[in-house]
Write a protein that binds this ligand. Sequence first.
Ligand code: NAI
Length: 353
Amino acid sequence: MVPAKKFSLKTGATIAMKQPMIQAALFDAKSYDREYFENAVGRGDIAWHYHEFRLSADTASLASGRDAVCVFVNDNVDRDCLSELAKVGVRHVALRCAGFNNVDIAAAAELGIAVTRVPAYSPHAVAEHAVALLMTLNRRIHRAHNRVREQNFSLGGLVGFDVHGKTVGIIGTGRIGRIAAQIFRGFDARVMAFDPVPKNDWAAAHGVEYTDLGSLLENGDILSLHLPLSPNTLHLFDDDAFNRLKPGAFLVNTSRGKLIDTTALIRSLKSGRLGGVALDVYEEEEGVFFEDLSDCVLPDDELSRLLTFPNVLITSHQAFLTREALAEIARVTTENMRRVGSGTDFLEGTEVR
Ligand code: NAI
C-alpha cells in the first residue's frame, strides 16, 4: 500500500492525503467490470489497474507493487502463481465470483495471502435467467426472432407447450433453486424438488413438494439444476440419468457444466429422448465462454455438435450478468479490499480459508 499523494498547484509541493491508496490489479477485465468497479460504492481509495489477460504464474509479476489482485472464474491462482504474487508484495486475492476452485487456498494460507469471494450477489439474476432460457427454448423465441428479421412470418416448427400444469423438478434448493421454484409456481406448475438438506418450511409455504432424485428424473417435464459441482455431483447427468428421463423432458443447467456428461447429453438428444436442453454453463467452457471467437475455428467437437441441434440453447455463462449483481460484486470486493487496508475483519462469510 502506498500513501496517496496530491500535487499542490500553489506551492509545487507534494502533499500526503489522509487516506492510504490501495493499489489493486484486476485480471481478465471486461468492459462491464471496469464500469462497475470504477463506480463501486466506497471505492474512493482504491486505484484499479486493469489487465485483459488472465492471472497465472506467468502473468503474476505484472501485479508488482499492487496490494491486491481481483480475479474471476478462469484465472489460474495455483501455488506457483501465489508464490509469485507473494514475492511482489500482494497480500489479498479477491475473487469477484462465488466459486474458488481455481485458487490454491492452502498455499495462500502458507504464504500469508488472504482470499475472499462474493458468496451471493444476486440469486434472482441466475434464477430468472434459468426461466428465461426455458421459456425461450420452449416457445422457440430465438428461432422466431431470426425468422421475423428475415421477413419469414411462418409458424412451422415453433410449437411449444404450456408450463402451466407441467411438473418442474428443481435439483438443489439453495438460494437460487428456491427462487427458481417460486417463479415456476407462478406459472401454476407442479414444482417438485430434491435436496439432501430439504427446507421443509419454505416448501410448505410455497407449495413445493420434496421427493427423491429418481422420482424427479422420471416425472419431471422440466428439470432445472441449482446444485454445486462436487466429486459427488460430477456427471450427475450421465447415460443412466438421461435414460430415466420422461421422454421429451427439457433440461436447464445454469449451475456448473460438469454436472452433465456432454457425450451422454448428445446421445440423449440424438435419440430424441431429451426434448431440449438450455445451457448457461458447459463442461469445457474454460477458454471459450466469455471470449469472442467469431473469427476462429472451434476446436471443441462436442460444443460444435451441440450448436447444430434445433432444440439446444446455449448462453455463455451470463446468468449472473445483471446490473444489480455486478454492482453487488463490485461493492463487496471493494469493501473487502478496504478492510485489508485498514486491518479490519472481512465482510462476514466472504473469507475463504
Ligand atoms: P447454494 O449453496 O445456496 O445452494 C446449493 C444447494 O444445493 C444447497 O441447498 C445444497 O444442499 C444443494 N445440494 C448439494 N448437493 C446436492 C445434490 N447432490 N443434489 C441436490 N441438491 C444438492 O448455492 P446457490 O447460490 O443456490 O448456487 C447454486 C449453483 O449455481 C452454484 O453451485 C453455482 O454452481 C451456480 N451459479 C451459477 C452462476 C451463473 O452465472 N451461471 C452464478 C452463480 C452461481
